[in-house]
Design a protein around this ligand. Structure first.
Ligand SMILES: [Zn+2]
Length: 117
């Protein structure tokens, strides 16, 4: 995909771009569609430290499984709460449809505004 900015370490970016079946937000470093067994398309993660001691971090990625049969999966937002005490480092994972993510974001913003009043 010409004009896309990838900082990925994946070696064959031209092959990735020519595949043409990746969502525009899919990042070649994170995409797992070509893995065995195949995984989902994934965006580059973005993270935010959530506490003063930098122990809990929220990491957000877009995720979409490739089509199978007549099923056409839609993108979802994956929110991983990374905690040092969790077995695999992820204490909790939340998977949201985009409309639910927007609703939750509005609720959080409204509550944060009230807290600041
Ligand atoms: Zn992909």
């Amino acid at each position: 995909m010409a004009g896309r900015l990838y900082t990925a370490a994946r070696s064959n970016l031209s092959e990735f771009g020519m595949a043409g079946s990746h969502p525009p937000w899919c990042h070649p470093r994170w995409c797992a569609v070509a893995d065995s067994p195949p995984g989902p398309h994934l965006s580059a993660p973005t993270g935010l430290i959530l506490d003063d001691h930098a122990t809990v971090t929220a990491v957000v990625q877009l995720e979409q499984h490739p089509p199978y049969g007549d099923h056409r999966p839609v993108p979802t937002l994956r929110v991983d709460l990374h905690e040092p005490d969790a077995d695999d480092g992820v204490g909790y994972q939340l998977v949201l449809r985009p409309d639910h993510a927007r609703g939750l974001a509005h609720m959080l913003q409204a509550a944060a505004r009230q807290a600041a009043e």
